[in-house]
Ligand binder design. Structure first.
Ligand SMILES: O=C(O)CCC(=O)C(=O)O
Ligand SMILES: [Fe+2]
Length: 397
């Protein structure tokens, strides 16, 4: 990460840009920011590059070196975490899981997805999922090709993509150079558009305007492999250990046992982040199952994930998420906690994304690697309804 080295060209360039923009900027009123907003600003800043010393990095040498018995707590980068035993073994050895007592219900499973599965999931996210019938952010603006945007990007003969506003009477429009230059009527190559892909829907359709699921559109499929990874992650965790003594209302006793049997993901989103993209503080509150686990899989470049509390006034915990890490957000406190992604860390693509050959059945991997050099993909999977329940349709098990 060159940007953190003051003698590097990247650092000097960021400093020049910073000095240029601050000249015209009025002084920011730090005092008016909530603690969450202040943290977002800090981690988002290009210059000075953020101080990562308080970011929980479970793959760092300090965290890794600690050998603890299950249930014991320790501090890593100033954040208290609790070591949990799992019934899993991963590519990097014994499957580890960590709870963050400060955010009850939050569990991190570092390197839970193997390098080979990470590559497979990247292929799935780009080639198989970001296409009809799954809605993407681009559908509202462009008439996307039937073969899917990614396949069109790889196909040198693919036609240009028209915006939805592109008029049928374009022959007349073309006479007017001024109108032709308007972005509204432009045609773009699939390659130009692929970097504008931001999300693709999974399962139940989500309406971004109303921030509600639109059940009238029917239930899209949740890919079997994605569903299986989420279920494996949820059942790897001893939930009783996660919630420990904080279960004053007996909530855990009532729920955690049943999660292993009733957890069934039915919705979600794939987020595609380019290096400068961020995700603002938000709460995912549209699911009927308000406490059921939300499973989040990170792929590609690393990111800083912030998670706070029920309001933006709670100081958030910063967590470094690397490719292969799985985060589970569960329970009433964690599922209603503000969270966001203020930073994707450039040049953090792991080596296993640079396949020397197209072995292991990874056809044309080079194009995936090229795209992933500046990308982080997050597969964010939720359970909207209790297992076996459909809106207006009671399914018999
Ligand atoms: O990218 C992430 O890690 C989090 C994404 C998220 O919070 C969401 O999609 O609601
Ligand atoms: Fe979210």
């Amino acid at each position: 990460m060159d940007i953190y080295d003051p003698s590097s060209a990247a650092y000097k360039k960021a400093r020049r840009q910073y000095l240029k923009t601050t000249k015209s900027r009025t002084k920011d009123l730090d005092a008016e920011w909530t603690p969450f907003r202040a943290a977002e600003k800090r981690y988002k800043a290009r210059f000075p590059p953020p101080d990562l010393s308080h970011v929980l990095d479970l793959s760092s040498a300090t965290c890794d070196a600690v050998t603890l018995a299950s249930g014991q707590s320790f501090y890593c980068n100033g954040v208290e975490i609790k070591f949990l035993d799992t019934n899993e073994s991963t590519s990097s050895g014994v499957g580890k899981a960590f709870a963050v007592p400060h955010v009850p219900g939050l569990v991190i499973l570092p390197s839970f997805v193997s390098p080979q599965d990470q590559r497979r999931l990247v292929q799935w996210a780009l080639r198989d999922h970001a296409r009809h019938p799954n809605e993407t952010n681009l559908d509202a603006h462009y008439i996307l090709p039937n073969e899917g945007l990614w396949n069109a990007h790889l196909n040198s003969d693919a036609p240009l993509i028209r915006t939805r506003a592109y008029p049928e009477f374009r022959c007349c429009i073309h006479r007017s150079l001024r109108l032709r230059r308007l972005r509204l009527f432009r045609q773009l190559s699939p390659t130009a558009l692929i970097s504008r892909l931001r999300w693709a829907n999974i399962g139940w359709s989500y309406h971004w305007g109303s921030k509600q699921y639109d059940f009238t559109k029917g239930k899209g499929r949740v890919d079997n492999e994605i569903g299986a990874i989420c279920k494996r992650a949820v059942s790897a965790v001893n939930w009783k250990e996660v919630f420990g003594q904080s279960d004053e209302e007996g909530w855990v006793d009532e729920h955690w046992r049943s999660w292993h049997e009733t957890y069934e993901p039915d919705a979600g989103i794939v987020n595609y982040y380019q290096i400068k993209d961020t995700l603002m503080a938000h709460v995912d509150r549209s699911e009927v199952c308000a406490t059921s686990p939300l499973v989040s899989i990170s792929l590609g470049n690393a990111a800083i994930f912030l998670i706070g509390g029920l309001t933006r006034d709670v100081e958030p915990t910063a967590i470094l998420l690397r490719s292969g890490d799985v985060v589970i957000m569960s329970g009433p406190a964690c599922r209603r906690a503000y969270h966001g992604v203020p930073r994707i860390l450039e040049d953090t693509l792991p080596d296993h994304f640079s396949l020397k050959s197209d072995g292991e059945g990874f056809s044309s991997w080079t194009s995936y690697e090229l795209y992933m050099r500046t990308t982080r993909i997050n597969i964010n999977v939720r359970q909207v309804f209790p297992k076996g329940f459909d809106p207006g349709l009671q399914v018999e098990n």
